[in-house]
Design a protein around this ligand. Structure first.
Ligand code: NDP
Length: 306
């Protein structure tokens, strides 16, 4: 089956293109320069290559910039999602779309379920929520996967920022009052490609809205401490910097972040039999891909539990 991956230059898009063949899928993977999802005529041109399923990993993900560039955020996150859903409906094919924990306000204290009310606090989350609604309105055969705190080998992310700061500084403060679930880009890609290959086999999927992230939840501070611990053990850092927990109020950003964005992934696990994976193990995999050395005596999994 041939699939179209939009946003192929991004963290998740890159992994989707790299891994598709291993799932027996033929992939069309245009980068933003080759396909701007806000332009229906560019989508129409690509649809002539007859993909049988679309995965949308394209998004405007600059959370802070979105506050002052709402038009650009909505052009990609709403119009782009709608354009792809309309093209999929026209061609009679499904769309797998990625959304975000930022559709929630972050005021909860229990993991968010798909049935919980949304309430984005910024333009990015609002534009992503609008994209979800647009897809639902025009395409039945859609699957929307909300995920959180994405990191990976490609692109910019928290893990790479921490490694850079860890090399530059002896000490740093990291926010400890925001909680979420780090999720590896390659893991999201594998999960989506598993679903695509099941659709190729069965001609159907349980469409709808799902949550999927790494496990368990942690704070940015906890995540940073583990990055430094593994980074040192794997030789990516000469030594761990001293990390201090700080409050969100001490690190103001243009867009407010949800204090709590933990996703309950049980619906996804029950429906598809794909459980959340320990983010510490997935982190080891990324650090190894970034050049970290795994000692033969210590597997990545043991590293994270050491
Ligand atoms: P990235 O920002 O790494 O990738 C997004 C890609 O989309 C980039 O290559 C970007 O290109 C491209 N893009 C932007 N505008 C357009 C456009 N008009 N047409 C086509 N492509 C475009 O994001 P991630 O891979 O991290 O995110 C994947 C998905 O996961 C997104 O839907 C995002 O909302 C969601 N998500 C991400 C989280 C995170 O922490 N990153 C958390 C939760 C959900 P360019 O770089 O040139 O702008």
């Amino acid at each position: 089956m041939r699939i179209l991956v939009c946003g192929a230059g991004g963290q998740v898009g890159h992994e989707l293109v790299d891994r598709a063949a291993a799932f027996g899928l033929d992939v069309l993977g245009p980068t933003r320069a080759q396909l701007d999802v806000s332009k229906p005529e560019q989508i129409a041109a690509l649809m002539r290559q007859r993909p049988e399923l679309i995965i949308n990993a394209a998004a405007y993900t600059h959370v802070d910039n979105a506050e002052t560039h709402a038009e650009q955020a909505y052009a990609v996150n709403l119009d782009g999602a709608r354009n792809l859903a309309e093209a999929a409906a026209h061609a009679g094919i499904p769309l797998l779309h990625i959304s975000t924990d930022y559709v929630f306000s972050g005021d909860a204290s229990a993991p968010y379920r798909e049935t919980d009310g949304t309430g984005p606090t910024g333009v990015y989350g609002a534009s992503k929520l609008a994209g979800e609604e647009a897809i639902r309105a025009c395409l039945e055969s859609h699957l929307i996967l909300r995920t959180s705190w994405v990191y990976g080998v490609h692109g910019h992310n928290f893990v790479k920022t921490m490694l850079r700061l860890g090399r530059q500084r002896d000490a740093l403060g990291v926010v400890s009052d925001q909680f979420g679930c780090p999720t590896q880009a390659g893991r999201i890609a594998s999960v989506l490609l598993t679903l695509a290959s099941r659709y190729a086999r069965d001609g159907r999927l349980d469409w709808g809205l799902y949550h999927y992230s790494g496990s368990p939840s942690c704070s940015w501070y906890d995540f940073a401490v583990e990055i430094f611990r593994q980074g040192e053990a794997m030789g990516l850092l000469a030594r761990q910097p001293q990390v201090s927990p700080i409050l969100t109020a001490q690190y103001p950003t243009p867009a407010r972040r949800p204090a709590w964005s933990v996703l309950d992934c049980s619906r996804f696990e029950t429906t598809f039999g794909l459980p959340p994976q320990p983010w510490q193990d997935d982190l080891s995999e990324v650090l190894a891909a970034l050049g970290g050395q795994v000692s033969p005596q210590i597997t990545p999994g043991q590293l994270s539990r050491a």
